[in-house]
Design a binder for this molecule. Structure first.
Ligand code: PEP
Ligand code: MG
Length: 894
């Protein structure tokens, strides 16, 4: 018999899949003896059953009434009892935290009778009517589908007519009047009266929370956070406690450490005489949590104790929601808190130091994505003028963009390629698409735990919130600050680390973490924490990390960043700029002598390139790939040439014969699908002398480096091989030239020869290809392109956003390796390649080599190394270390 409901005394944090994160943690706190209002959790399984069938699962109603009866008995009151009502909250809580994305309904159990009972027992009429109007508003919009703005407008209208600045300015009678207005609104909009039966309220609220899993906001958030669509949410039903009972009550949120910097110490916001929702919504400005020490010293001390208990128990930063009801502290929620990248590194290092977690656990709690964020530049504060405004530094980083004032405009401009900063008075979950599209979020109201701050931190967006000097006028699409007006489209700079906002585009400087990688400068706690994580990762990882580098400068930088060689040197980059002329000459050569002359001019230039790179990577392998792209890429544009010739002819002149010859060549070489045409190994096989020139340049560079006392380790890689025969012929040519240079120079030049695996046919015949290859390097860019039949140059802009929307994939397969398809080919090639040649060295040099998730795949697939752009090298090192961690004890920080 399936069981759908668990009391808080029954569950625990290990049941997060079934009870959702919130429910599991409420149960855990209950077990720890912390003051949690009693309640129960309806499982995600019940939600999944409901979503699958559209009907309440059999037995659920019965189970809920059983648990409700137990709650009522323990409380000595019935739900909605007219003279002293027990009231309940109904909150969503999925496996992964989705802040504000689903629904909550408070004060279930109030109706026209019990509101009077509540007024009497609480001795606070205003509170009773306020609670009732909140229920009507939440139930009306969430359960009954009334547009939430109608309630907001009615409330705003009431405040205006009473001259009240905020909700505290409304009297009991005002709120009683508002209840009548809300009830009429519901009746008018739905044709149905607000249900007076508490049991019916509860039942419908639970189902509405289930339903909210499918809501637009929740779907957008899941897509962005890669949370599977089929998990469903649990529902937590809990006895209400009230923070809005007067000055001796209130609600707050707290972190056991600063989630922006990781600094230890109490951190959070408190709002007296308010419910938790008011704090998170940022509707009234909160005070710092430390102010509670004066307001209510006893609760404050208790809270500190509970926070210590939780941090020691969870062995991590915890965030907490609490309510004080007439001097009594209640814990309403805890979870392992979201944090910035900076805080993640700092906290991991501290907790390892404190002995709360092992170094491996410390490594599991940081990420390559976070590291990449810390490597971004910051504003050069010495070069910027006075800030326009200051707010709270809620999510760090430096962002520049045009100010926009609503989510839709942010999305529209970002889609057109513009960088934008979303400026709002405060954000709501409806602003999510705009927050995703923007570089930064700036709000004029709300604390560091407001919606804007929490969501921005979670997604790594820069955020400054609560910039109170700013007046945002959404309608007029501008904000003003101290006499300055900033209209929509004006560029502003937002410093999420310091909280400052500047007019115009502020200049950027390298981050401290970047200086550490660049120059080994080890200053400050953050850099220390990053360095420790890197050391641990390097100690753990099995995968080597190389870099894709085509210049000595890039190779040298990559080496400073920890690269253990060059995994891909794209030689075609050396045919551009000034040298294009030489390539043209080679293509246009009328006979062997002319061709040899052209190739002879290219040779010393190529040799010089290789010498520089081999020197920068002395003692480490440098994989040099023979030319890959179609040769016409090095010729002028066909249309430009044709226009030039036509213009000359039209003017009665004789066109430049060089232009005419070039156009002939371009026409001859024109391909409809150049990516599938004469490129890669095919070029080497049909263009005489090209490969020989490149191999000679490599071999002579090796000789030069050996004579200079160096240890060059060049490897020669053949691109786009699909059949072993191609490689066999090309390799023979390579070996011939190597032998020739060895004989001429007297320096034996021995370079391993390998191939890229970047066509499905190569992967599927890897066993045969390995007979001729000393190493494989997966070109996952081309392998993705050819496996999917997606043009890598076209499809991302053309239709990937539609594919992402339809859920065909969660991220572009050009970004994160498609494990099922491309990954399967990789595995086949690894298995069959190694079976044929056990010492085959295998790496990857496509873009995926620097993508965290893909690095984990390459680790499990048994590759020897990944190669990525120099700036991704630290990220790949860190993720390769994390991939090698034993699969236990890792925390889920999503
Ligand atoms: C690849 O295809 O993955 C690769 C590294 O080669 P290129 O991107 O140069 O085609
Ligand atoms: Mg390729």
């Amino acid at each position: 018999m399936v069981r759908y409901v668990y009391d808080f005394t029954e569950g625990g944090r290990d049941l997060a899949g079934l009870l959702g994160g919130k429910g599991a943690n409420l149960a855990e706190m209950t077990r720890l003896g912390l003051p949690v209002p009693p309640g129960f959790t309806v499982t995600t399984e019940a939600c999944r059953a409901f979503l699958a069938t559209g009907a309440e699962p059999d037995g659920l109603a019965h189970e809920i009434s059983g648990h409700l009866a137990a709650l009522e008995q323990a409380a000595g009151r019935r739900l909605g009892q007219p003279d002293d009502p027990l009231l309940l909250s109904v909150r969503s809580g999925a496996r992964f935290s989705m802040p504000g994305m689903m629904e909550t309904i408070l004060d279930i159990g109030l109706n026209d009778d019990s509101v009077l009972g509540l007024a009497k027992v609480s001795g606070n009429e205003r509170f009773a009517w306020d609670s009732y109007r909140r229920l009507l508003q939440m139930f009306g919009s969430t359960v009954m589908g009334v547009d939430g703005a109608l309630f907001e407008n009615a409330l705003a209208e009431l405040k205006r007519s009473r001259g009240a600045v905020n909700d505290l300015g409304l009297e009991a009678a005002d709120l009683a009047g508002l209840v009548a207005v809300y009830q009429e609104l519901i009746r008018r909009e739905t044709g149905e009266c607000f249900p007076q039966s508490p049991a019916e309220q509860l039942r419908r609220a639970v189902l509405a929370v289930f339903e909210s899993w499918r809501g637009e906001r929740a779907r957008v958030y899941r897509r962005r956070e890669h949370i599977p669509d089929d998990l469903g949410t649990a529902v937590n039903v809990q006895i209400m406690v009230f923070g809005n009972l007067g000055a001796d009550s209130g609600s707050g949120v707290a972190f056991t450490r600063d989630p922006a910097t990781g600094q230890p110490g109490l951190y959070g916001d408190y709002l007296a005489n308010a419910q938790g929702e008011d704090v998170v919504a940022g509707i009234r400005n909160t005070v710092a949590l430390t102010a509670l020490a004066e307001l209510d010293p006893v609760s404050y001390e208790q809270l500190l104790g509970h926070m210590r208990t939780l941090e020691t128990h969870y062995r991590d930063l915890c965030d907490i929601e609490f309510t004080i009801e007439r001097g009594r502290l209640w814990m309403l929620q805890t979870r392992v808190g979201k944090r910035t990248a900076e805080a993640a590194f700092a906290i991991a290092a501290e907790l390892v130091e404190e002995g709360l977690i092992t170094p491996d656990e410390g490594l599991a709690r940081v990420s390559g994505d976070g590291l990449a964020r810390l490597m971004f530049p910051r504003f050069d504060t010495s070069a910027v003028g006075e800030p326009l405004a200051h707010g709270l530094p809620a999510s760090p980083g430096a962002a520049v963009g045009a100010a926009v004032f609503d989510s839709a405009e942010a999305v529209r401009r970002a889609a057109a390629g513009e960088k934008v900063v979303l400026v709002r008075q405060e954000t709501t979950p409806d602003d999510l698409p705009g927050m995703i599209a923007a570089q930064a979020v700036l709000t004029s109201r709300g604390g560091k735990t407001s919606h804007a701050a929490v969501v921005a931190r979670g997604m790594g967006r820069v955020c400054v919130c609560g910039a109170e000097e700013i007046t945002v006028d959404t309608e007029a699409r501008r904000f003003t600050v101290a006499g300055t007006t900033v209209d929509e489209g004006t560029v502003v700079s937002v410093d999420g680390s310091g909280g400052a906002v500047y007019l115009g585009a502020a200049p950027l400087v390298d981050s401290a973490v970047m200086r550490y990688f660049e120059a080994g400068e080890r200053s400050g706690a953050l850099v220390g924490a990053v360095a420790r994580a890197m050391e641990r990762a390097d100690g753990m990882r099995r995968l080597e990390v190389r870099a894709n580098a085509d210049t000595p400068e890039d190779a040298a930088r990559a080496r400073r960043f920890g690269a253990q060689g060059v995994g891909l040197c794209r030689t075609e980059h050396m045919f551009l700029g000034e040298r294009r002329k030489l390539v043209e000459a080679m293509i246009l050569a009328g006979d062997e002598t002319e061709r040899e002359k052209a190739l002879g001019a290219l040779l010393p230039l190529q040799r010089q390139d290789f010498t520089g790179i081999l020197e920068a990577m002395d003692g480490l392998p440098v994989t040099i790939r023979l030319i890959d792209p179609p040769l016409h890429e090095f010729l002028p544009d066909r249309t430009d040439l044709a226009v030039r010739i036509a213009a000359a002819e039209a003017g009665g002149a004789v066109p430049d014969p060089h232009d005419t010859a070039l156009l002939d060549a371009v026409n001859r070489m024109h391909e409809e699908n150049p990516m599938l045409g004469l490129r890669g190994v095919r070029l080497g096989l049909v263009v005489p002398g090209l490969v020989a020139m490149q191999v000679r340049a490599i071999a002579e560079a090796v000789v030069e480096r050996v004579r200079a006392g160096g240890s060059p380790e060049a490897e020669i890689m053949v691109p786009l091989v699909g059949a072993v025969e191609e490689l066999r012929i090309e390799r023979a040519e390579v070996e011939r030239v190597l032998a020739e240079v060895s004989a001429e120079s007297g320096v034996p030049v021995r370079c391993p020869v390998g191939t890229m695996i970047e066509l499905p046919r190569a992967a599927l015949t890897a066993g045969r290809i390995a007979e001729e290859a000393e190493f494989f390097s997966f070109g996952t860019n081309d392998l993705t392109q050819t496996t999917w039949g997606f043009s890598r140059d076209d499809v991302e802009a053309a239709f990937f956003s539609a594919y992402l929307d339809k859920g065909i994939f969660a991220t572009s397969p050009f970004e994160t390796l498609d494990r099922d398809g491309v990954g399967r080919l990789v595995r086949i090639a690894v298995d069959e390649g190694r079976a044929a040649r056990p010492d085959l060295k295998i790496g990857v040099c496509g873009e995926h080599g620097g993508d965290p998730e893909s690095v984990h795949f390459f680790h499990t697939a048994g590759l020897d190394y990944v190669s990525c752009s120099p700036f991704r090298v630290p990220v790949a090192r860190l993720e390769a270390g994390r991939a090698a961690l034993p699969r236990t004890g890792t925390s889920d920080s999503r």
